[in-house]
Design a protein around this ligand. Structure first.
Ligand code: SAM
Length: 197
């Protein structure tokens, strides 16, 4: 994630699933290496206090701290920070419409919010509308497992079906391993860009 922001000198960042804002802070600081920090824009999406126990289970998620805590952390960076609270199925459509209408180019999108296939598919359907030839989209949670526990979560089903004539898609190294009650969860990230014609 940081390498991608660094190598591509990204300035406008979108993160779906801001969580505690630690990675957001690192991404913003990385963007600030190449751009005045006041020009760096970060747009984060999360449920924060609205996340229910049902969401936690359905979205295979983690419980974030409060909005106030995360906002304080990110505002301290000096970047332009916008945090949007709510289900991305409701918050992303308006954001995408506004950015398209204002012609704002987004350099980097990290899709790491809800992990149900339904939510990832919905997030991608809006994010793809934001892409131009310079936009890079990073998906977290590409699971290489065959266990039934992870067949209905993660981005693999979506990524494997992406049209390679339209997108350049790379499943990235390294593979991370996390111990779960049922075994080892094997996770990789995926990078997608529009193919230049
Ligand atoms: C895995 S964490 C994100 C981690 C973060 N990207 C990082 O790198 O540290 C997933 C986050 O997505 C949020 N989330 C889950 N489902 C969501 C949904 N449907 N809409 C918005 N946010 C959601 C959760 O509240 C949680 O904070």
């Amino acid at each position: 994630m940081i390498q991608t922001v660094y190598r591509r000198r990204c300035r406008t960042l979108v993160e779906i699933g801001t969580y505690d804002g630690v990675h957001a802070q690192h991404m913003i600081e990385t963007a600030g290496i190449f751009h005045p920090i006041s020009d760096v824009e970060y747009f984060g999406f999360d449920l924060f206090e609205l996340l229910t126990d049902d969401d936690l289970e359905k979205e295979f998620s983690k419980k974030p701290p409060s909005l106030a805590e995360v906002a304080q952390r990110l505002e301290g960076t000096g970047a332009n920070v916008g945090l949007s609270v709510g289900y991305t199925s409701e918050t992303l459509p308006k954001f995408v419409r506004e950015k398209r209408n204002s012609g704002t180019a987004i350099d980097f999108v990290f899709i790491d919010g809800g992990h149900s296939i339904e939510t990832i598919t919905s997030d991608w359907s809006y994010v793809r509308e934001l892409m131009n030839v310079n936009t890079v989209v990073l998906f977290d949670d590409y699971y290489s497992n065959t266990e039934p526990e992870v067949q209905e979560v993660g981005c693999r089903q979506l990524v494997d079906k992406l049209d390679r004539r339209e997108y350049d898609v790379e499943v990235l190294e390294p593979e991370d391993h996390f111990t779960k009650e049922w075994g080892i969860l094997k996770v990789r990230m995926v990078r997608a860009t529009l193919r230049s014609r």
